[in-house]
Ligand binder design. Structure first.
Ligand code: AIR
Ligand code: ASP
Length: 284
């Protein structure tokens, strides 16, 4: 596994060529960034926790029929995923006002939204991921209407499922961001899969009883205890032992590497739903 080809390096992950065609390896870094990279820090153990949390949530989502790119975790910082063509849209769903919504519209943080809000952002670091709407997405061809419809439908189901899952462990899902990718089948038919990661880096999660923030806002807002927040989420999900894997602010590598790997068994049984007739035939 030494000299692997790096295909892409982002702010929180490195994507390597996978062991078989059509697969990739996602390596979860400890780097935390905010405000389009303007703020940066290394948070010991973040990669390990996000790798586990995302593997677990993707596997659970597969169980309710959401097709995901996740195949299995490889080690404490890496997971094997299906290679997809990332659709350059960040889809955000909000249940409670926070973050940029509160700032932009002057809505008090914590206000429960009467209906969840779906937002789209164009994934373009050079522009600071600007907010766009369906018309921009279609006019500029970032996704076609079928893909967009599928993304939104999947995102609603993810929202309902994750709201329940987190409520069951005393957490409120305030908002989250998803990314999707395209996969072409053998006949050139197109599938839309949930991709990237689902972790406290891209969800807001507050403790139901105390309102304490346990996600990346601890970093954005200089609240301290970032890794402890992430670990709290992982512990409640049953992904790390009661005593935790963080000691004195940094990770116990030995303990972390002894945790079992997570596998997306259900992906083998799933029947993908083709969206349209072949639009862009290619071998997968
Ligand atoms: N998000 C958006 N871009 C990057 C990320 N991680 C996530 C945030 C938050 C939600 O999308 O982590 O959960 C909304 O972010 P914001 O900043 O628009 O309020
Ligand atoms: N991860 C993005 C950045 O580095 C946005 C954020 O999470 O605040 O700026």
């Amino acid at each position: 596994m030494s000299k692997r080809r790096v295909l892409y390096e982002g702010k929180a992950k490195i994507v390597y060529e996978g062991p078989e065609p059509g697969t990739l390896i996602q390596y979860f870094k400890d780097d935390a960034t905010a405000f389009n990279g303007a703020k940066h820090a290394l948070i010991s153990g973040k990669g390990v926790l996000n790798n586990r949390i995302s593997a677990h949530l993707m596997t659970k989502l597969e169980g309710i029929g959401i097709p995901t790119h996740f195949i299995r975790s490889l080690n404490m910082r890496e997971q094997l995923v299906r290679q997809v063509e990332i659709i350059p849209i960040e889809l955000v769903i909000r249940n409670v006002a926070a973050g940029s919504l509160s700032k932009r519209l002057g809505v008090k943080e914590g206000t429960i939204l009467q209906y969840p809000i779906v937002e789209f952002y164009y994934k373009k670091d050079a522009l600071g991921d600007p907010m766009v709407n369906e018309h921009h997405i279609i006019a500029f061809g970032w996704a076609d209407p079928y893909e967009l419809e599928e993304m939104v439908q999947l995102a609603w189901r993810v929202n309902d499922y994750l709201n329940g899952l987190f409520a069951g462990i005393g957490l409120r899902l305030i908002d989250f961001k998803l990314e999707f990718g395209r996969l072409w089948g053998e006949q050139g038919e197109l599938y839309v899969l949930l991709a990237d990661e689902i972790s406290p880096d891209n969800c807001r999660l507050w403790d139901t009883a105390t309102g304490e923030k346990l996600d990346k806002d601890r970093f954005r807002e200089d609240l301290g205890g970032i890794i402890e927040g992430y670990q709290q989420i992982a512990q409640r999900l049953g992904l790390v032992p009661k005593g935790g894997i963080i000691e004195g602010g940094s990770i116990n590598e030995q303990l972390a590497s002894s945790l079992g790997e997570i596998e997306n068994e259900l992906a083998k049984q799933r029947r993908l739903r083709g969206l349209t007739k072949p639009t862009k035939p290619r071998k997968v």
